[in-house]
Write a protein that binds this ligand. Structure first.
Ligand SMILES: Cc1cc2nc3c(=O)[nH]c(=O)nc-3n(C[C@H](O)[C@H](O)[C@H](O)COP(=O)(O)OP(=O)(O)OC[C@H]3O[C@@H](n4cnc5c(N)ncnc54)[C@H](O)[C@@H]3O)c2cc1C
Length: 459
């Protein structure tokens, strides 16, 4: 999840409170293709370019004008990226889900960084009298900061052995360390805005361009400050206690939580941030809820995959206090059509658990559900899914064990689709699997707007 990947672990600080009176989340499921958000982004980006062309001040050399236009457009894209990082519910709806918000957040920021190349090349070729050394120093600070933080942000997804050692070392940084540095990105965008306002000769010669530039920079700055400083005050925290811990196999545990006072309401498929007292000392981690909203207790199913989750697996016992924030996300099959494919990769099964545990007599989808695991022992919920399938035959469960059957592939899934149907695909699992399936399904002609995923990685 890229120059400024979405910081999901900040979500509870970032998303405003959604007050709920009943057991169903008031956050409506995310539906639609998400074209509204992308169209809006494209319109804003294009409008800025058109405005610059129309309001071009007289007597400015073309090279310098294009260089400054690139700089202003970069600031606009960075601001858009910061706005997307607020993860506000209307943004998620406009983009059709958090997966799409994350994608466009990253694309906007990468676009901004790329525009800095022509900006630097063209403006330094034709210096202007407004070029003060202080203004330039700010520009250098912003440029170096943004480039380093871009590398830092991208490093975890650039794990290829051919990258230089420094990038490989960056990629190995713990999530918390990575996040702490990553949070500085907005500061360098703010420095870039001040730099532009001081030295950009176009802004000195056109009040219209100056006002628009300041509004754009102000919106990005506001979004950043909101996320970093204020969003936490809008999010309710729910007190729970761990009442049961079951170790289902050598790496998977289910944690059952009972509310101390009011309970957190959610829609099946959503995730929450869980902070547990004791082991790990109130570290917040995102987990999809695996229980049904109709249960009075809330359940999360956790795979011991890193230091924190391994410690939980070893040490977590009933009686430990917990703080929950959320719910977040809008992974909801009810937003899709009748014919669907569900794909769960390993622990990515958790939102599907919540879905199947919530199915009632009104279930009207025809679903091929691929439960993909490394070994048969990992398919700890197979019997439960088969029982649901017996009650609802339009839900067909297919177990795929990588060691016996080979890895599940998009081709395999598509071959099983009856001709004449155009299914919606819902998938959840590790980021590389989600990327491979998204690309593979698209190659097979499944429209991107019909593919929805939740990925268990926040960078
Ligand atoms: C939306 C979402 C839903 C998830 N649902 C589940 C679930 O139901 N069951 C499950 O087992 N896992 C789930 N995960 C993954 C789970 O959050 C990570 O496995 C866990 O945080 C790893 O922590 P660690 O310190 O043990 O491992 P590490 O090795 O330190 O981290 C592994 C990866 O987990 C992510 N991560 C680590 N810490 C955080 C944090 N504080 N906030 C956000 N991301 C973090 C990062 O992408 C990191 O690269 C979910 C993740 C996301 C983003």
């Amino acid at each position: 999840m890229s120059t400024e990947p979405l910081r999901l672990d900040q979500s509870e600080e970032a998303v405003p409170a959604r007050r709920r009176e009943d057991r169903t989340s008031s956050r409506s499921p995310v539906s639609g293709s998400g074209r509204t958000g992308v169209t809006l982004l494209a319109v804003v980006a294009l409008a800025n370019i058109v405005l610059w062309l129309l309001a071009r001040p007289n007597g400015q050399p073309t090279g310098r004008f294009i260089g400054e236009l690139c700089g202003a457009e970069a600031v606009l894209l960075f601001s858009c990226s910061l706005v997307l990082a607020t993860l506000l519910a209307p943004i998620e709806r406009a983009f059709g889900g958090l997966d799409r918000v994350a994608l466009w957040h990253r694309r906007a920021a990468i676009g901004g960084v790329l525009l800095l190349i022509p900006h630097v090349a063209l403006v330094s070729a034709a210096p202007d009298r407004y070029a003060t050394s202080f203004g330039h120093a700010l520009g250098d600070v912003a440029l170096v900061g943004l480039l380093i933080l871009t590398l830092w942000a991208l490093a975890p997804s650039l794990r290829a052995a051919r990258w230089p050692g420094v990038i490989r070392r960056m990629a190995r940084a713990s999530y918390q360390r990575w996040l702490t540095a990553h949070r500085l990105t907005g500061l360098f965008v703010m420095v870039a805005v001040v730099h532009g306002a001081i030295v950009d000769p176009m802004l000195h010669r056109s009040t219209l361009l100056l006002v628009v530039f300041l509004v754009v920079g102000g919106v990005g700055t506001g979004a950043y400050l909101y996320r970093e400083l204020f969003a936490r005050y809008f999010v309710p925290i729910y007190d729970y206690t761990v009442v049961d811990v079951q170790r289902l196999n050598k790496t998977t545990l289910t944690v059952t939580l009972s509310p101390m006072r009011r309970s957190l309401s959610f829609t099946p498929g959503q995730f929450v941030f869980v902070a547990l007292g004791g082991a790990g000392g109130w570290e917040r981690h995102p987990f999809s809820v695996s229980s049904s909203p109709s249960d009075s207790r809330l359940e999360v199913t956790i795979k011991a995959s890193g230091d924190y989750t391994r410690e939980l697996y070893d040490k977590l016992r009933p009686g430990v206090p917990a703080k929950l924030a959320g719910p977040f996300g809008g992974f909801d099959y009810r937003a899709g059509g009748r014919d669907q494919i569900w794909i769960a990769g390993g622990i990515g099964v958790t939102p599907f658990l919540s879905w199947t545990r919530s199915i009632d007599g009104r279930f009207d989808r025809s679903v091929d559900f691929y439960y993909s695991v490394a070994h048969a022992d990992d398919a700890v919920y197979l019997d439960e899914f088969r029982a649901v399938s017996d009650r609802h035959p339009s839900l067909r469960v297919h177990l795929v064990c990588a060691d016996a059957d080979g890895m599940l592939t998009p081709d395999q899934v598509i071959r099983a689709v009856p001709s004449g149907t155009s299914p919606w695909v819902y998938m959840c699992g590790p980021p590389p699997m989600m990327k491979a399936f998204s690309a593979g399904l698209h190659r097979h002609g499944i429209s991107k707007s019909r593919v929805r995923w939740e990925q268990f990685g926040a960078r």
